[in-house]
Design a binder for this molecule. Structure first.
Ligand code: TMP
Length: 212
């Protein structure tokens, strides 16, 4: 059996990733593709426990390096227990955030060396990367305005200052420029339906598949 396809969505706060993950998974299922959707940090019981440490509480509760280690502890669990087993049985995996988020948030955002994060990824996960990454790009203010209603739950990163968010937005665009064969930037300021159409067009073009 062929391995499944590993797709990731990336982007800053309020870009609409979770909605697009859900809609794409539904379309793939309708087309007869066996697919699961998952997220990081989290996606497996242990990784969800670690997620709670990262997404809530005081903005400055962790050293940037501690954050990287926690994100990687969660990622190692998630990849070993959910992502790799699914791909090996031929199931497609759509993941809301992955390694690029660590590069963007902890690297470009917090200022940790990108090389350190890349080395960690290489050592811990053998450099395991998605087949295709869709980066939903939205201006910082517009994205943060959309997330305004989370009522203080899981909003630790949202509460970081707008310079932090600007750096990580630029970071995602640099990642896309450096790896154009894997990454596609999708303008996420337009309506949910318009973004979904762009996502489907991107999947068809990049993976040469028919859908629906
Ligand atoms: P979510 O709100 O998209 O579920 O993501 C949780 C937060 O975790 C989000 O604000 C981005 C952040 N994050 C990192 O800082 N580094 C990472 O490696 C990942 C996966 C997420």
């Amino acid at each position: 059996m062929a391995d499944g396809v590993f797709l990731t969505f990336e982007g800053g706060e309020g870009a609409g990733k979770s909605t697009q993950v859900r809609r794409l998974a539904a379309d793939l299922e309708r087309s007869g593709i066996d697919v699961i959707s998952t997220r990081e940090p989290g996606g497996s019981p242990g990784a969800e426990d670690i997620r709670k440490l990262l997404v809530s509480g005081d903005v400055a509760r962790w050293q940037p390096l501690t954050e990287v280690v926690l994100h990687y502890a969660a990622r190692v669990e998630h990849v070993a227990t959910v992502v790799r087993p699914a791909l090996e049985r031929g199931t497609w995996v759509i993941c809301d955030r992955f390694h690029d988020s660590t590069i963007a948030y902890q690297g470009y955002g917090h200022g940790l060396e990108i090389e350190l994060i890349d080395n960690l990824h290489q050592q811990l996960l053998d450099g395991f990367k998605p087949n295709l990454t869709m980066i939903l790009d939205i201006p910082v203010d517009a994205g943060l305005a959309r997330t305004g209603g989370r009522d203080g739950v899981e909003d630790r990163y949202e509460r970081m200052d707008s310079e932090f968010h600007q750096r990580l937005r630029d970071g995602f665009l640099q990642i896309a420029a450096a790896e154009p064969e894997r990454c596609v930037v999708i303008d996420a300021i337009s309506s949910e339906d318009a973004v979904h159409r762009d996502v489907i067009a991107c999947i068809k073009e990049r993976l040469s598949i028919q859908l629906g």
